[in-house]
Design a protein around this ligand. Structure first.
Ligand SMILES: [Zn+2]
Length: 152
């Protein structure tokens, strides 16, 4: 037995019934909720990523010819950012694959750009830290359920 989702009715009904026999309200399955902090964080990352993608296109104009980044590094950074952008959109749409897409693209992108630029481990670490932060944010619980567990 379950109860009608209409709080004003709340009549008892069979589990397989899709409409309430008392008030006729359609019994849609309860949507899992997402904590406001997670939504805010994902949108924040999304906006930052969009701004970054815009910035990469104008990076060399900004840096000037002497400090210009090799085009290969910019392409890697762009590819990484676009993958992250897709990842954040997938996470906002309750797809766990979005996290893996972000993690993989950040790892590959960071390692490749470190090699291309000949930079040290610190740069690599700084880039990779965003993955455990994102993972931690996704563990925030709503009604006792971590968001991570309600992702498909
Ligand atoms: Zn009802």
């Amino acid at each position: 037995m379950k109860r009608c989702v209409n709080p004003a009715c709340n009549a008892e009904m069979e589990d397989n019934e899709t409409c309430c026999p008392e008030c006729g309200t359609e019994q849609t399955p309860k949507q899992p909720k997402r904590h406001g902090c997670i939504t805010a964080w994902l949108y924040f990352c999304l906006v930052v990523t969009v701004l970054l993608i815009g910035a990469f296109f104008r990076l060399n104009a900004f840096l000037g010819e002497e400090n210009a980044m090799p085009i290969s590094v910019i392409i890697v950074a762009l590819a990484q950012s676009i993958c992250c952008l897709i990842g954040y959109i997938l996470l906002l749409r309750w797809r766990k694959i979005g996290f893996y897409l972000i993690a993989v693209s950040v790892v590959i992108g960071s390692v490749v750009s470190c090699v291309l630029l000949g930079e040290g481990m610190w740069t690599l670490f700084k880039d990779l830290i965003s993955i455990p932060i994102l993972y931690a944010v996704l563990q925030i619980t709503t009604d006792g359920v971590p968001y991570w567990d309600s992702l498909k």
